[in-house]
Design a protein around this ligand. Structure first.
Ligand SMILES: Cc1cc2nc3c(=O)[nH]c(=O)nc-3n(C[C@H](O)[C@H](O)[C@H](O)COP(=O)(O)O)c2cc1C
Length: 202
């Protein structure tokens, strides 16, 4: 069984990104299951010493990241980048760095749902850039921005929420690319480099 951790960068009632995450979950192929973590349960990150107690939600996030085979993040774009709550979750997850933080080599794909007809891509690009810079393994092809998203959700014959075409095909492709990254162990070299880097820290 493959496990995908679903993270969402909005807690807005009727959030487009919450809806998109649910659509992704309900369309996961057989043999793939979802796990969940609410990043809004995290406190704001404050750098403290190694002996400081770790808040329970942070421990939970780190454990769920380690246990997942891959991560799928759906998030808004705020002011041409990713929302602070998503960055905050990454900051928590990226420490402690040694021997490996919670998402070293972890495949991740993402989508941005926005009401805008022109924006969204910068949030996705920044998110993937940061994930890669922290030695995660983001899926680089292709970018999934659900623009004019208020018009893109429909109900299928079985009564479940889905997306209109071609957005639905793009969603399947985004998930398939994440699953392929997991299957190919795309983060292997990144993790090996990380181990060498940590060994050199002395
Ligand atoms: C502070 C703020 C900044 C925003 N900046 C952008 C932006 O840069 N690009 C964009 O596409 N939408 C922007 N929006 C609109 C959001 O995309 C829109 O509110 C969207 O519905 C949020 O996602 P959600 O429905 O999942 O909450 C912004 C909204 C807020 C509140």
């Amino acid at each position: 069984m493959t496990t995908i951790l679903l993270l969402v960068g909005s807690a807005r009632p009727d959030s487009l990104n919450v809806r998109l995450s649910r659509v992704i979950e309900s369309h996961l192929p057989e043999g793939v299951t979802a796990s969940h973590f609410d990043i809004f349960s995290l406190p704001f990150y404050v750098q403290e010493g190694p002996d400081s107690p770790t808040p329970a939600p942070v421990e939970e996030l780190r454990t769920k990241l380690r246990d997942a085979d891959g991560v799928f993040i759906t998030t808004p774009e705020y002011n041409y980048s990713l929302p602070g709550v998503v960055k905050n979750a990454i900051d928590w997850a990226s420490r402690p760095m040694t021997p490996r933080h919670a998402f070293v080599g972890k495949p991740m794909n993402a989508a941005v749902a926005t009401g805008s007809a022109t924006n969204g891509i910068r949030s996705l690009v920044d998110l993937k850039r940061i994930w890669a810079a922290c030695a995660g393994a983001p899926v680089t092809t292709f970018d999934f921005v659900l623009q004019q998203a208020f018009d893109k959700f429909v109900t299928d014959e079985e009564g479940r929420e889905t997306l209109v075409e071609p957005a639905r095909a793009t969603m399947h492709f985004a998930v398939a690319n994440l699953l392929r990254s997991i299957e190919l162990d795309a983060g292997r070299n990144v993790a090996t480099n990380w181990d060498a880097y940590v060994a050199n820290l002395g």
